[in-house]
Design a protein. Structure first.
Length: 399
C-alpha cells in the first residue's frame, strides 16, 4: 500500500485577551450575517428560477461592504467572510446532490460560533499563531505537539456553548501510516446494556455518561428555567452552568469512543459492524435517550476514518440481517425474539447462546463472507443465482 500524507486537524484550547475575544466575537457575527445575506439572495433568485453561484455571491459581498448599512463588515478580516460563502456553496452542492436538506439560516443564539482562516488570514511562526487584524498571538495551550515541520493550511477558531475557545489547525500528518497487516478480525455488536460486544466474547461496559450527570444537569436546568427570559446576567450564568455540564458529558463520551476505536483498529485487520439507522431508532421514545448517550453513529464515524488512515477494513452488514436470531453454530433461524430475551437455546438443542455474543459472531461470519465472495448479507427469500453470503459461510463451517 502506497504511503500518503493524511490531512489531520489538531484542536487546542486557547485563552484570548479581552481585545482578541471582542475581535473574534465581531468576526463570528459578521460571518453569520454574510452567510444569511447570501442564503437569502440565492433563495430569492431561486424563486425567480435563477441560479446564483459562488462568484456572484462574492461580488455581492463586495457591494455590501460599500453600503453604509453594512460598512461594519470592513472591520473584520475578509478571509472568514469569503470562507463562509464557500461553505454555503458546499451546502447547496450537497442539497442539489440530494445528500442534505436545503441550507438553513444561522441563528445568533443557536448556531455554532466559528470562523475559518486560510493561509492569507493568519501567520504561524515558531509555534505562535497570529490571526489577521490581531497584533498579538493567541495564548494556546499545547496539549500535544504538531507533527514536526507541519504548517497549517487552514485554521478554524470557535467558541462552544460553554464559553470555551478552541483553535483547530489542519495539517499534513506524515506520522499516520498503515499498520502492519494482521489476520485478526472481529465482529462488533453495539448495545445498551453493554456498549460493545465482541465476537471474542468480550463485553465492554456502557459508561452511560448522560445518566451519571443527569441529576446535576436537571438541577441546573430547573435553576435556568426559573430565571426571567431575556439577556439578563443571572440567566446567562445559569445557561452557562447547564452548557458546562453538557460539555463535560460530551467530552467524556468522545474520549471513551476514541480510546475504544483506536484499540479496535490497532488490534484487528477487519472489523465488522451492523449498518444501523440511528436517526430512525431514536424515534423510539422509550430508548431515545439511551441510544443518544451510547453515540453509535459517532462510534462508527471514528472507526471508519481511523481504519482508512491505518489500512484497516470496516465492513457494515445490512441492518436487516438477523444477527441475533441466527444460530452461529448450525445456522438455524429462530422466530421472534424480543429485546428482553438475553439468552436462548437453539432449536437443535446443542447450544445456548448469549444474545449479544451470538450476534457479534454472526456479524463476523457475514463480514468474512462479504470479503470472500463479495455477496450481500441480507437474507434472501429467493436466491436465483445461489445461496446468500451468510448461507455460504455457514456451509463452509459444516464438516
Amino acid at each position: 500500500m502506497t504511503t500518503k500524507h493524511v490531512k489531520r486537524a489538531f484542536k487546542y484550547r486557547f485563552y484570548p485577551t479581552g481585545a482578541q475575544a471582542a475581535e473574534l466575537s465581531r468576526t463570528f457575527g459578521c460571518v453569520r450575517k454574510v452567510y444569511n445575506l447570501a442564503l437569502a439572495a440565492r433563495t430569492e433568485a431561486w424563486t425567480r428560477q435563477e441560479r446564483v453561484n459562488h462568484n456572484q455571491t462574492s461580488a455581492l459581498l463586495t457591494a455590501w461592504k460599500r453600503t453604509e448599512e453594512l460598512a461594519f463588515l470592513n472591520d473584520v478580516s475578509s478571509v472568514p467572510l469569503q470562507q463562509t460563502l464557500r461553505h454555503l456553496q458546499t451546502a447547496f452542492t450537497n442539497f442539489f446532490s440530494k445528500r442534505a436538506k436545503y441550507p438553513r439560516f444561522k441563528l445568533r443564539k443557536k448556531s455554532r460560533k466559528s470562523a475559518e482562516y486560510t493561509t492569507s488570514g493568519f501567520r504561524f511562526r515558531d509555534g505562535r499563531l497570529t490571526l489577521a487584524k490581531m497584533a498579538d498571538p493567541l495564548n494556546i495551550v499545547w496539549s500535544g505537539p504538531l507533527p514536526e515541520g507541519a504548517k497549517p493550511s487552514t485554521v478554524t477558531v470557535s467558541q462552544d456553548s460553554a464559553g470555551r475557545w478552541f483553535v483547530s489547525m489542519l495539517c499534513d500528518d506524515p506520522t499516520v501510516k498503515p499498520l502492519s497487516a494482521t489476520d485478526a478480525a472481529v465482529g462488533v455488536d453495539v448495545g445498551l446494556n453493554h456498549l460493545l460486544t465482541l465476537s471474542t466474547g468480550e463485553k465492554i461496559a456502557n459508561p452511560r455518561h448522560e445518566r451519571t450527570d443527569r441529576a446535576r444537569r436537571a438541577r441546573a436546568q430547573r435553576t435556568l428555567a426559573r430565571k426571567a427570559k431575556g439577556d439578563g446576567a443571572n440567566r446567562r450564568k445559569a445557561r452557562l452552568k447547564v452548557a458546562k455540564i453538557h460539555a463535560r458529558i460530551a467530552d467524556r463520551r468522545r474520549d471513551g469512543l476514541h480510546k475504544l476505536t483506536t484499540r479496535l483498529v490497532r488490534e484487528n485487520q477487519t472489523i465488522v459492524i451492523e449498518d444501523l439507522t440511528v436517526r430512525n431508532m431514536v424515534k423510539n421514545r422509550s430508548l431515545a435517550r439511551a441510544i443518544s448517550d451510547a453515540a453509535w453513529a459517532e462510534f462508527r464515524s471514528l472507526l471508519e476514518y481511523k481504519a482508512q488512515w491505518y489500512g484497516r477494513e470496516v465492513i457494515a452488514v445490512d441492518r436487516f440481517f438477523p444477527s441475533s436470531k441466527l444460530c452461529s453454530v448450525c445456522g438455524t433461524l429462530q422466530g421472534k425474539m424480543p429485546l428482553h430475551v438475553r439468552t436462548w437455546t437453539c432449536a437443535c438443542g446443542s447450544t445456548t447462546h448469549d444474545r449479544d455474543v451470538n450476534a457479534a459472531r454472526n456479524l463476523l461470519a457475514a463480514g468474512r463472507a462479504v470479503s470472500a465472495c463479495g455477496a450481500g448479507v441480507r437474507p434472501q427469500r429467493r436466491t436465483p443465482g445461489g445461496q446468500s453470503a451468510m448461507k455460504q459461510e455457514v456451509s463452509r463451517r459444516e464438516p
